[in-house]
Structures are given as structure tokens and as C-alpha cells.
Design a protein around this ligand. Structure first.
Ligand SMILES: Cc1ncc(COP(=O)(O)O)c(C=O)c1O
Length: 384
């Protein structure tokens, strides 16, 4: 990876972006271009910027920075993660089929079932941990496989290299939602994916103060189609929100370092807790996807799901936590605790939820950057 021709690591790139400073003024913070439109010097001439729905300098710096981190060639910033998912599915045409990981963020599931299906896409769901189950769900009309790994909320791990190979043998696009890990921990394009999707509202922005979404690709043709989709659908990220994400991104590496360290400690604490029946965290050697995860990601992430020994304990914990916040979302500096059955995954039919294990004893922890002893003490008193 290069910064103005100088080779740099990801941890430098997040701080400096692609430009690093403004060449006109020397400003070290990317200027916030709150301009809807741009003056043309004369007929047939442009400064390169015309109208902010099509392109805005602040948003572009963010898009190219996220694209560079994912080792893609182009990136697109949307208003939310969901509009990034929508843009990805907009690459398809009525009659096409999509296979999704069956353990999936509830909003993506709802989009597939409530919107995409009504617009002529056939959406199927498969356990993407199993190549044979994925193969069984593919038909000659399948155009896209959409995978979450680790999945939300069961932390299932899918083998991206094998899935990419399977997809490419059949000319199917592979899209990976990399929200849970970020490009600093997992780079799906390097493992063979064609598209990476993000909710930028989570780790990339990192402060629970902005909603954003991204799609990144390294294919010229896909990038051209996404350019058309972004400027035509108009669900593009505002300059101010782009600036907020750029600012948040600068600390992504150090935030993740602390968050992952905290998550390992809390996962170990929960594993031996007498009231906790199971812990789902790919950093644990006992996790069934641990070795595949290690082969494709450089760290465990900071999302920990766990199952308590009685449904009544869920309500108790959510009421008793003092420091940890009972709220949906993830990836920010504050530690959040979620009850997926009633929150993030309420849209998933009960039968599927039960089969996945998203039930009345499952909780999901997004570990923040607070002092880990405070977090552990809070969990300990809430579980008591
Ligand atoms: C894995 C995943 N993908 C996509 C989304 C949607 O993102 P947003 O809330 O920014 O629309 C979420 C939101 O929680 C998510 O967890």
C-alpha cells in the first residue's frame, strides 16, 4: 500500500488516507466541502467536480481510503450499511437469484425477503460454512453469493477462499459483509471476493455518532455499474458524515487493538462463568471455526455472543448492567450489549431463529475500549 508513492502499512493509511493533506492550503484535516454544486470555469470545462450527488471531494477521499484499505480499486460511500446492501443487490436484474448466509444481520434478511424478492430476485439462504449446502442452493440463475463471516450473531465462520473458488467456477459474484472485522483484520478481496460491503456505522466510524455504508470492488466493470447506481439512486453519504467517518477512521487501528484485547479477556471470563452455557467467539480455540478464521483473518474481532443458562437471566443482566449499555449496534468505543432475538434479529422468522440458536438466552456483546477490568466487573455483578 502506498501513500503518495511511499510504501505504508494499513495503520498509517487509516491516519493519512490517500491525500494526507490539502495541497492548496496545507490543511492536515481533510477539508469539508459543504457544496452541493461546483462552478464550471467555462463551457465544456470542469474542475472535476460537478454536483455532490455524483461526486464530492470529502466523500471521495473517504471512498478511496476505504477502497485502499480493502485492496480494492474503487469504493462507494452510502448513507447507511443498508443502502450499501441495496446498491450491491442493484447490480442484479429481475429473474436473478441470490444466496445469502442464513445466519445474517436481521436488516439484510428483511431486505432480501421484503424488498429484493418483490423486485424479482429469488433469495435463498444457506449455511455458508458448508460448501455442499451452498452448492445445493445454487441454480443456473444464481448471480450472487452474499456472505457474513463471522456471521451476525452466531459468529459462524465461512471459508472465503473455497467459496470464492466455487463462485468463480460458476461465474457467480461473491460479496462479503466485512462489518464485523474491518479491512484491518480481514481482506475479503484478497481471498477472492468480488465485492466487500460494510456498515460504516460500526467500527469504521467507531463512535456511535454517524450512519454510513460502503461497497468496495477491484473490478473495473463492477465499479462502473456501482458509479451509476450510486449517482442514480442518490443514497450517497453527505460531506459532513463523510468527514466524521474520516475522522473516526484515523483511530481504527488503535481502537481495534484495544477492543480485540478486551474481547479476548471477556470471552475467557464468560467461558468459565457458571451462569454462561456457551460463548461464540472465533478467538477461542474451542470455537468450531477457529482454524478457518485464523487462516483468513489476522485477529478475532471484538464481537462476543454468549448464551446464559436461563431466559430470566437475560432481563436481569440487561437491567443490572451499569457501565455496559443495553443498545443495538456495534463497533463503537462504548461497550454495548444486545438481545438479538428482540432487537437486531427480530425480523427473522421464529423457526429459522430457533434453528440458528438466536433464542431467549442469547446475548451479543460489542466490546469497546473502556478499561477491561471495569467491563468484567460490570458483567460479573450483572450475572450474579
Ligand atoms: C453485519 C451488518 N451489516 C449491515 C448492517 C446495516 O448497517 P446500517 O445499520 O449502517 O444500515 C448492520 C447493522 O447492524 C450489520 O450488523
Amino acid at each position: 500500500m502506498e501513500f503518495r508513492g511511499f510504501p505504508v502499512h494499513d495503520s498509517t493509511k487509516v491516519v493519512r488516507g490517500t491525500l494526507g493533506w490539502d495541497d492548496t492550503t496545507g490543511a492536515v484535516s481533510t477539508p469539508l466541502y459543504l457544496s452541493a454544486t461546483f462552478r464550471h470555469p467555462s463551457l465544456g470545462q470542469t474542475t472535476g467536480w460537478d454536483y455532490s450527488r455524483q461526486g464530492n471531494p470529502t466523500r471521495r477521499e473517504l471512498e478511496l481510503t476505504v477502497a485502499a484499505l480493502e485492496n480494492g480499486t474503487d469504493g462507494f460511500a452510502f448513507t447507511t450499511g443498508m443502502s450499501a446492501v441495496a446498491a450491491t443487490l442493484d447490480l442484479l436484474t429481475a429473474g436473478d437469484e441470490v444466496v445469502f448466509s442464513e445466519d445474517l444481520y436481521g436488516g439484510t434478511y428483511r431486505f432480501a425477503v421484503e424488498l429484493a424478492s418483490r423486485h424479482g430476485l429469488t433469495c435463498r439462504f444457506a449455511d455458508t460454512r458448508s460448501l455442499s449446502q451452498v452448492e445445493a442452493a445454487l441454480t443456473k440463475h444464481t448471480r450472487l453469493l452474499f456472505v457474513e463471516t463471522p456471521s451476525n450473531p452466531m459468529m459462524r465462520i465461512s471459508d472465503l477462499r473455497s467459496l470464492a473458488q466455487l463462485c468463480h467456477e460458476r461465474q457467480i459474484l461473491l460479496a462479503v459483509d466485512n462489518t464485523f472485522l474491518t479491512p484491518l483484520v480481514q481482506k475479503p478481496l484478497d481471498l477472492g471476493a468480488d465485492l466487500v460491503v460494510h456498515s460504516g456505522s460500526k467500527y469504521l466510524a467507531g463512535h456511535n455518532d454517524v450512519l454510513a455504508g460502503f461497497v468496495v470492488t477491484a473490478h473495473h466493470e463492477l465499479a462502473e455499474r456501482l458509479t451509476l447506481i450510486a449517482k442514480t439512486s442518490g443514497a450517497v453519504l453527505s460531506p459532513f458524515d463523510s468527514w466524521l467517518v474520516l475522522r473516526g477512521l484515523k483511530t481504527l487501528d488503535i481502537r481495534l487493538e484495544r477492543q480485540q484485547r478486551n474481547a479476548v479477556r471477556l470471552a475467557n471470563f464468560l467461558t468459565v462463568h457458571p451462569r454462561v452455557r456457551e460463548v461464540y467467539f472465533p478467538g477461542l480455540e474451542t470455537h468450531e471455526g477457529h482454524s478457518i478464521h485464523r487462516s483468513q483473518a489476522s485477529g478475532p474481532g471484538a464481537m462476543v455472543s454468549f448464551r446464559v443458562d436461563h431466559p430470566a437471566l437475560v432481563g436481569q443482566v440487561l437491567e443490572k448492567i451499569r457501565l455496559i449499555i443495553f443498545a443495538e449496534s456495534l463497533g463503537g468505543v462504548e461497550t454495548l450489549l444486545t438481545f438479538p432475538q428482540a432487537q437486531t434479529h427480530a425480523s427473522i422468522p421464529e423457526e429459522l431463529r430457533r434453528r440458528l440458536g438466536v433464542d431467549d438466552t442469547l446475548m451479543r456483546l460489542s466490546v469497546g475500549i473502556e478499561h477491561v477490568e471495569d467491563l468484567e466487573a460490570d458483567l460479573a455483578q450483572a450475572l450474579r
